[in-house]
Design a protein around this ligand. Structure first.
Ligand code: SF4
Length: 488
């Protein structure tokens, strides 16, 4: 490579904000509905939003109520080759439209039904285009399966870090050892066992992990959110995410009226479990009727939020950060490149240093002061935590709202108009390479999944026999998968 080309490459690798990211952010901001262009909005300023896969492995081996999968999902065979191929195409479009870096969920039915090699190859394909993949699972698989995903054919780690989101709630049916749980507390040993696998993975193979704990909330388990929060906070999960149930997917599995489970109702209980208020108003992803989240540092059981909207200096620091550094990529790049990026960023805005140092001081103060933080750090009791509530919408509203949006019509029905506003500011997109479009996950689940699964039933009919139970295979699974052409 010519010297000038090398220099250009070096400059780009260390530029604080990649030009493709800048373009994607500007486009994202321009496309947001006006109501979403608020000072606290992160979309279009520092993030493009989350991404998810679809139409790849819709099948699941648990039976939950509610279930977001369409009625046909379990009539589609899990096929590793299909998943790798289709996810690769979906990710290429996401890279093209949304730039070099985003968080993407490997989601469908149950991810651990994928043959381990296909699971690994899919994660590698996602990483190859700058996606930080997170495997979405019910968590009912064994350590051997995890090893078979993470380690390559030579037994070497294929990743430095993996991210998994495990869904645990008492509405789920069929988990080994907790087929029909009667309470959330009954699932705690399973939550712990799941997290322990990743501690073991670090110990045995030096592979880091990021773990999310997901829970669907209905009137049945709403009042258990407080205790779940308390219990899971004591476990090594980095994120706790709660999803108020919506009427999407298989209507045979809708057993309750979900309307009373609002974001506020869930957040109140999360705060009760955390034992303190959790400030969330300084930042917003998309529409506040869809999402609420906060990020902070847990210092020996005390949550120190990174930003608090009631503190004007925090808001000033936020605005400086978003204006000057929004879109900087911190993950999955070599340390030398990150260091140079940060130095270049600081040198380009040296006046930002004092406000940023001030913000750090306030975070430490919220954590109980420097001594408390250092004491907790020595005992391994300091960690980042994120709390999320994501409020999917009912298919009954999404279908007509989307149909009108496709015709460029704004509904005059207040509920449908609200749905259109939320879809327009969606922070969770799915990619359709066949049309070159991205769609909101609500549209995917309410409108497109049922049609897609009819096609998949023909493309990937169930095999007559030989169903595989999740997580019970190990290294031999790859061989078996290869022997069977990666078909399960
Ligand atoms: S539109 Fe649906 S998928 Fe998108 S952010 Fe809102 S609730 Fe989530």
């Amino acid at each position: 490579m010519a010297l000038t080309a090398r220099l250009r490459e070096f400059e780009l690798a260390t530029r604080p904000i990649h030009p493709d990211t800048r373009r994607a952010l500007d486009k994202r901001w321009a496309e947001l509905p006006e109501h979403a262009k608020t000072p606290e909005q992160l979309l279009g300023k520092c993030a493009v939003g989350c991404e998810g896969t679809h139409g790849v492995f819709p099948k699941c081996n648990l039976t939950c109520s509610p279930c977001y999968h369409s009625a046909d999902a379990n009539k589609v065979r899990i096929d590793g080759d299909h998943t790798v191929t289709e996810v690769t195409k979906q990710m290429a479009l996401l890279r093209e439209i949304r730039g070099p870096r985003a968080h993407a969920q490997l989601i469908g039915g149950e991810v651990s039904l994928l043959p381990p090699k296909a699971h690994r190859d899919t994660l590698l394909a996602m990483r190859a285009v700058g996606r930080e993949p997170m495997s979405m699972t019910h968590g009912d698989f064994d350590y051997e399966y995890l090893l078979d995903v993470v380690l390559d054919a030579n037994g070497e780690p294929a990743f430095k870090k993996v991210s998994f989101a495990a869904h645990f709630d008492s509405l789920m049916r069929g988990r080994r050892g907790a087929v029909r749980p009667k309470s959330e507390a009954e699932l705690n040993p399973f939550r712990e066992q799941f997290a322990q696998m990743f501690i073991d993975l670090k110990k045995d193979h030096k592979v880091d992990s990021y773990l999310a704990h997901n829970m669907t909330v209905t009137p049945t388990n709403l009042d258990e959110v407080e205790q779940v929060t308390r219990d899971v906070l004591a476990m090594p999960y980095d994120m706790m995410s709660f999803q108020p149930a919506a009427f999407i997917g298989d209507d045979r599995r809708w057993k309750e009226n979900f309307e009373e489970v609002t974001i506020d109702a869930v957040w109140e209980r999360i705060e009760a479990g955390a034992g303190q208020p959790l400030p969330h108003k300084a930042v917003q992803f998309g529409d506040p009727r869809c999402n609420r989240h906060t990020v902070g540092v847990m210092v020996d059981g005390r949550f120190a939020s990174v930003l608090d909207a009631d503190e004007p200096k925090d808001i000033a620091a936020r605005d400086r950060f978003l204006k000057h550094y929004g879109g900087m990529i911190f993950g999955d790049i070599p340390r030398w490149a990150l260091t140079l990026k940060v130095i270049r960023a600081i040198l380009s805005h040296p006046q930002d240093l004092p406000p940023m140092v001030g913000l750090m001081n306030r975070i430490v103060k919220r954590g109980g002061g420097l001594r408390a933080v250092l004491r907790a750090a020595r005992r391994g009791k300091v960690s980042f935590k994120t709390f999320v509530v994501h409020n999917f919408m009912d298919a009954e509203q999404v279908k007509p709202a989307w149909a009108l949006m496709e015709q460029g019509i704004v509904s005059d029905d207040p509920k449908i108009k609200e749905t259109q506003e939320r879809l327009g500011s969606c922070m969770y997109a799915m990619s359709h390479p066949e049309t070159g479009r991205l769609v909101p996950a609500c549209t995917q689940h309410s409108v497109l999944d049922p049609i897609e699964n009819i096609g998949l039933r023909t493309l990937l009919p169930l095999e007559p026999k030989g169903e595989r139970r999740t997580g019970i295979t190990n290294g031999r699974a790859d061989e078996l998968a290869d022997a069977a052409g990666s078909r399960w």
